[in-house]
Ligand binder design. Structure first.
Ligand SMILES: *[C@@H]1O[C@H](CO)[C@@H](O)[C@H](O)[C@H]1NC(C)=O
Ligand SMILES: *[C@@H]1O[C@H](CO)[C@@H](O)[C@H](O)[C@H]1NC(C)=O
Length: 501
């Protein structure tokens, strides 16, 4: 077989196998199959067990150990477990489990909570017996488990006069709905419920009484990390269910989890590659929350936005009128009649926080639009650091005399922005034409030019205008340098034309 026929075979494979596979992935068919399998693992465990809910007050020095249980009706267990009546009480509620054991995140979250709130009562709710049932059964049982927790909370309130405003329920996956049912069963309203990627199957689209909802506490905040819009079945619930619902990275495909990569590897590594990626995406909600407890000074920021597409164009980075909020533990309790959807980008590991920038670029020229979209990268230089070669993702066709908005994020804090470099990656002939006409100063040329870039920094809320540094530079340099200049940030209708001599 010669090279050419090998190449043909390769292309055939790519087009005929990968193509439909990716298409199926986009439509969710492959994932649906995967989830069915994921759920099926449990079917043999589905014998009915009696409800067994335990409340373990964890100790800051042994966050992984159940050393003391508080038992409803036995007031002496409160004192024997050193329950502190004056401090915050936090209940951690796990989700559905395959192993019947606590997952490793539980002790990490407990330790992080104690790290922040030294005197808190961190109570781990253990409903493992019920949670290791077949998913559908476990989901049905969340109501009963929630009621049990509600009774426990009422009892604590009566016995120790703890104001329920000081009570915070943190529930993961099915545990988020358990927390919701608990909140709806208490006599008085509890202070806060945090839902960490609340489970989707059997809860999506259900009436507020049948899932976590803003009615369940004075403040309900939610992190969504594994929602897939195109799926009939999404592991994490897609709809907003709290007062503030944050969708990091759009609510799916979390960086560092490599779900896309796992789906591609499925053929060789089987379903396990997928299971790990699914767990990583779903559990990311917990690790974002742990991050917010441990790295208070480096808290991520989320921005209210109509859709993830709009967020990806950078148009939602305003903070006024509660337009932004803090991700995780230190979120501001904003309560509106309708739930607020917020978006943020993150890094692939802790600390997750990134810095968001909106770039507004006006392309000026005689032609309507470019034949092809240029591949543009930018580098940002600030007072305390720099970050280079960030891809500008082009969401719509570049058109002349129109302001295009882009979202750019940096992993490191560069301080106040001083300079920007714009680079055209592609060197195809049409782009060379674009570049030469860019510099020619010839009013009859066919290119598009950029004279200034307006920037809004989400984290500092600072706005600035950067102007092309050296408009007269001849040649085909690929880097265009923009520096700070005194121009108003708002786009003016009358644009000053570049003078050429
Ligand atoms: C209980 O918590 C408060 C703060 O809420 C703290 O000042 C006090 O020392 C704690 N009591 C005990 C016995 O740890
Ligand atoms: C863009 O605006 C400039 C200056 O106002 C004008 O000369 C040019 O024809 C416009 N381009 C298009 C494609 O309308």
């Amino acid at each position: 077989m010669n090279i050419r026929s090998l190449l043909c075979v390769f292309l055939w494979l790519v087009l005929n196998i990968t193509g439909p596979f990716i298409a199926a992935l986009e439509e969710g068919n492959v994932l649906n199959g995967v989830f069915d399998h994921f759920l099926e693992d449990l079917r043999d465990l589905s014998d009915v067990k009696k409800l067994n809910v335990k409340f373990s007050l964890r100790n800051p020095s042994q966050p992984d150990d159940d050393v003391c249980y508080i038992v409803r009706g036995k007031a002496e267990t409160l004192s024997s477990c050193n329950f502190n009546h004056t401090s915050k009480t936090i209940l951690v509620i796990h989700g559905w489990t395959v192993s019947g054991l606590f997952e490793s995140w539980v002790e990490k979250l407990v330790a992080a909570l104690y790290n922040r709130e030294k005197d808190a009562n961190v109570i781990v709710v253990d409903w493992l017996d019920t949670a290791q049932d077949h998913y559908v059964v476990a989901a049905q049982n969340t109501k009963m488990v929630g009621r049990e927790i509600g009774l426990f909370i009422d009892w604590i309130e009566e016995t120790s006069n703890v104001p329920l405003e000081n009570l915070h329920l943190i529930g993961y996956s099915l545990g988020a709905h358990v927390a919701g049912f608990a909140g709806s069963h208490t006599t008085n309203k509890i202070g806060r419920i945090t839902g960490l990627d609340p489970a989707g199957p059997d809860f999506e689209g259900v009436h507020a009484h049948g899932r976590l909802s803003p009615d369940d506490a004075h403040f309900v905040d939610v992190l969504h990390t594994f929602t897939r819009g195109s799926l009939g079945l999404s592991i994490g619930i897609e709809q907003p269910v709290g007062h503030v619902d944050i969708y990091p990275n759009g609510g799916s495909f979390q960086p560092g989890c490599n779900l896309r990569g796992a789906l591609e590897k499925m053929a060789s590594y089987g379903i396990f590659a997928i299971n790990n990626a699914i767990r990583c995406e779903h559990e990311r909600s917990i690790h974002l929350f742990i991050d917010s407890l441990l790295n208070e000074e480096a808290a991520g920021r989320a921005y209210s936005c109509g859709s993830n597409d709009m967020f990806d164009r950078g148009v939602c980075l305003q903070c006024r009128k509660n337009g932004c909020n803090t991700v995780g533990y230190d979120i501001s309790k904003v309560r509106k009649a309708r739930s607020v959807k917020m978006f943020t980008k993150t890094r692939g590991s802790m600390p997750f926080r990134v810095f968001h920038y909106q770039l507004k670029i006006n392309f000026v020229g005689q032609i309507n639009h470019l034949e092809m979209d240029p591949a543009m990268t930018i580098s940002l230089y600030g007072t305390i650091g720099e970050t280079e070669d960030l891809k500008l993702s082009i969401q719509e066709k570049i058109t002349s005399n129109k302001t295009h908005s882009f979202l750019v994020v940096t992993e490191k804090d560069i301080g106040d922005l001083l300079m920007l470099k714009l680079k055209m990656e592609d060197s195809s002939s049409s782009l060379l034409n674009l570049l030469s006409s860019w510099w020619s100063g010839d009013p009859t040329d066919s290119g598009l030019r950029v004279q200034k870039i307006r920037i809004r920094a989400g984290e500092t809320q600072k706005k600035m205008v950067l102007c092309l540094k050296d408009p007269q530079t001849p040649g085909l340099a690929q880097d265009f340098v923009f520096v700070k200049c005194k121009e108003s940030w708002r786009s003016s209708s009358k644009r000053s034309k570049l003078k050429s001599h």
